[in-house]
Ligand binder design. Structure first.
Ligand SMILES: Cc1cc2nc3c(=O)[nH]c(=O)nc-3n(C[C@H](O)[C@H](O)[C@H](O)COP(=O)(O)OP(=O)(O)OC[C@H]3O[C@@H](n4cnc5c(N)ncnc54)[C@H](O)[C@@H]3O)c2cc1C
Length: 386
């Protein structure tokens, strides 16, 4: 059962008004230009939305995960590009600075990033290592009191415009995940960081994604976030939040597609009646709504459990798997209801259809999520229904 508090209901309405007034009208141009959405990014920073999950001492709002998901869902309903950009900034790009950075680093980078004055990102993936994290080859070597980083990253959200990057690198040549560490890189203060051009992609085009080359980047010791080892566990500590957030944005874009398809089905006439009255279309909408409803329940139940301090590794994998696949399916079915007009660039339905594909690799592919779920198949151990 989802029981939002009156504050959460009010919060959602306020975000929904902002999305309808400022995000929905901008979404098409953001997609077309495939540029970082500076205006909305700054605006969301000014309004305090980038700091939802952080303490007030750093300019944050101390919001719970349910509230954050309401924000992410509404934003994705307007534009998945904007939601992906903002999620990176407000969840992963700033998380390790807050969690493992010194007070000085927090003041220098976290505070301006939460205001929208700095762009922050997180870089793990490499050309030869995506799901297989143990295979990363970016190396960090100690020289005197400094670390020197060499290697390359790809598919990094916000990279083409990033000011600060949390980068995963190996502190030893050994294979395996143990010797992975996280480093904070400041692009304006450290030499040898080259940001490549954006990857031209068919989904979330306004959430710019790019490559980074690290050519003997000298990093002061305090920029090593949380020790020489255990980077994978540190990433793991925020992974459930990332997966539940990804489920929330899946619900958001699927709602947009469902709403558009229902309106079209009521208006479009074929064989003498609105197509919604043809049972094949009505049943399609019924299935879409049922899946959407299930994903929404799963998402907010998982968010509430995170707020209760529960470890939900398996549940977060299940929720992200179900919700992202649901969004791909619902946006596909919605496009079918539009038939030819589902292909027309003048309708947003083609954008929903394209954008939803981003939800599959982001936060772990469906295959990897099944591997996580498969590790613990006992019905009662994960308390999925407790
Ligand atoms: C728009 C976008 C933004 C992104 N942003 C970031 C970012 O900001 N930072 C970052 O670090 N990364 C980012 N990524 C990268 C993303 O996390 C990776 O693409 C993802 O981890 C998958 O890696 P891969 O593409 O190399 O696929 P691979 O790991 O090569 O997988 C290829 C296929 O093999 C399957 N597979 C792999 N291993 C197994 C296995 N053990 N069992 C079964 N099947 C398996 C996969 O499911 C997939 O179908 C982004 C990706 C996209 C599309």
């Amino acid at each position: 059962m989802i029981a939002f508090t009156p504050e959460q209901e009010e919060f959602r309405k306020a975000v929904a008004r902002l999305v309808d007034a400022e995000v929905v009208p901008a979404a098409e141009a953001i997609d077309e230009r495939a540029e970082f959405p500076w205006t909305l990014f700054k605006r969301l920073g000014e309004l305090g939305y980038l700091g939802l999950r952080y303490p007030a001492a750093y300019g944050g709002a101390d919001a719970d995960m349910v509230t954050y998901c309401l924000f992410a869902e509404e934003l994705a309903r307007g534009s998945l590009s904007v939601a992906a950009t903002v999620a990176m900034q407000s969840l992963m790009g700033t998380y390790f600075i807050y969690k493992y950075g010194t007070e000085e680093l927090r003041r220098k980078y976290l505070v301006p990033a939460l205001r929208g004055d700095l762009v922050a990102t997180f870089a793990l993936t490499e050309p030869g290592a995506g799901s297989d994290v143990a295979n990363i080859t970016t190396r960090a070597e100690r020289r005197g009191d400094r670390w020197v980083l060499r290697g390359g990253k790809t598919w990094v959200t916000n990279a083409p415009v990033a000011d600060v990057l949390t980068v995963a690198a190996k502190t030893s040549a050994e294979r395996g995940m143990k010797n992975i560490a996280l480093f904070l890189l400041d692009r304006s203060a450290m030499r040898g960081i080259a940001l490549g051009k954006s990857i031209d992609k068919m989904a979330v085009r306004g959430s710019v994604t790019g490559e980074i080359r690290l050519d003997d980047v000298e990093v002061p010791p305090e920029y090593l976030l949380g020790g020489e080892t255990g980077g994978v566990e540190k990433i793991g500590s925020v992974l459930s939040e990332i997966r539940v957030m990804t489920a929330a944005i899946s619900v958001g874009i699927a709602r947009a597609a469902y709403t558009a398809a229902l309106a079209y089905a009521r208006e479009r006439v074929a064989f003498g009646k609105p197509i919604v009255e043809h049972q094949a279309i009505g049943f399609k909408l019924a299935d879409m709504l049922t899946r959407l409803h299930a994903a929404t329940l799963m998402t907010y139940q998982a968010a509430a459990r995170l707020d209760a301090g529960r470890a939900i590794t398996r549940e977060a994998a299940m929720v992200k798997l179900f919700a992202s696949e649901m969004a791909v399916r619902v946006t596909d079915e919605a496009a079918r209801i539009f038939a030819s007009y589902g292909l027309a660039m003048e309708y947003p339905i083609q954008r929903y259809f394209r954008d939803a594909r981003f939800l599959l690799p982001g936060g772990g592919t469906s295959e990897i999520l099944r591997v996580v779920i498969d590790r613990d198949l006992d019905w009662d151990r994960g308390q999925a229904f407790a």
